[in-house]
Design a protein around this ligand. Sequence first.
Ligand code: SF4
Ligand code: SF4
Length: 328
Amino acid sequence: MKFSVGHGKEGAVERLEKRGVSRRDFMKFCGTVAAVMGMGPAFAPKVAEALTADNRPDVIWLHNAECTGCSESILRTVEPYIDALILDYISLNYHETIMAAAGHAAEKALWDTVNAGNFVAVIEGGVPTAPAGTANEAGAYGKVGGHTMLETTTKVVNAASATITYGTCASYGGVQKAAPNPTAAKGVGELFPGKAFINVPGCPPNPYNLVGTIVHFLTKGMPDLDDVGRPTLFFGETVHDNCPRQEHFDMDEFAPSFGSEEARKGWCLRKLGCRGPETFNNCPKVTFNQYNWPVQSGHPCIGCSQPDFWDGADWDGETYFYADLTDM
Ligand code: SF4
Ligand code: SF4
C-alpha cells in the first residue's frame, strides 16, 4: 500500500523522504498552498508548521454515495507529489478506498478516532436517506461495515471538530441527487440544518482547495463562507472572471463548434454550453495538476461547483447542464 493511512502523526517527514519527497518539495508545495489561499510566500512556513504540528488533528475520510473521483483528484496529481503530501501529512486515520486495514481493524480505526475526539471529518459523496429492505430502514441503499452511511455520517459529523464536504456530491448531493433520485440522496449539510459545514465542491474538486481549507482551519479557524457554504477564498470569483477566453466573450467572438479553428484560437465557449459566468470556482487560477483546466483545453465549464448543477433550474427554467445557450 503506497499511502500510510493510519500511521498517525509520527515520522511523516521520514516516510515522505523515503518516497523521494524532499523537504524542498514540501516547502514548494506549502508555497503553492499559500498562493492558492491568496497569501504571499511568507505564509509558506506557517503552512508547513500547521501541517506538521504535533497537535494537528486526525482526519477521518468517509465515502458515501459517489464515484471516488474526488479521491482520484488527489491520487492522480503529479509533482510535487500532492497525494503523498496530503495523505501523509494530514494524519489520515481512516479512508475506505486506500487504507490497508480491512474489516474489524478498519472499523476500529474509525471508531477509536471518533471516540478520541479532536478530528476533522472529510466527507466524499452524498448520503442516501430513502428507507428500503424488509426492515424499511432509513438510508439502507448505502451501507459500509453493516452501518448505513446515514448512521455513520451522523455519528462522525456530531463528534468532529469540523466537517469538510469534499466534492459536489457531499456538498449538495451532486449527481446522486439528480432526478428521479431513487435513494433520496442528500448533501451532508441538508441533513443537519443549522450546523456549519465547509463545502469544497467541484466534480472533481481541486485538491489545493482542500489543503488550503484545512490549513486555514488549523491556522485561523473557520474560513469566511458564501451563502452556500463555500470558502470565499477559493470560491469568491466566477470561472468567467478569470477566464483567458474572456476578451473574446467581450468582443462577441464565440466558437461555433468543438475543435473548430475559432475554438483552437481561444474564442469563447459560451455558445457551446459554458457555465463559467454562473459558476464560482478558482479553476483558471489554480488549474488541475498545475497544468491545465477544462476551458483552456477546449471544453466548456459545466458549472460543477454550483448546487444542483446537474439538473437544477436556471433563470429560464431550463436545467443548468442541458440549457441551450446558443441564443445568449
Ligand atoms: S469560455 Fe466560459 S468562462 Fe470563458 S469567457 Fe467564455 S463564457 Fe466565460
Ligand atoms: S471549469 Fe467549471 S466544470 Fe470544470 S472543474 Fe471548474 S467549475 Fe467544474
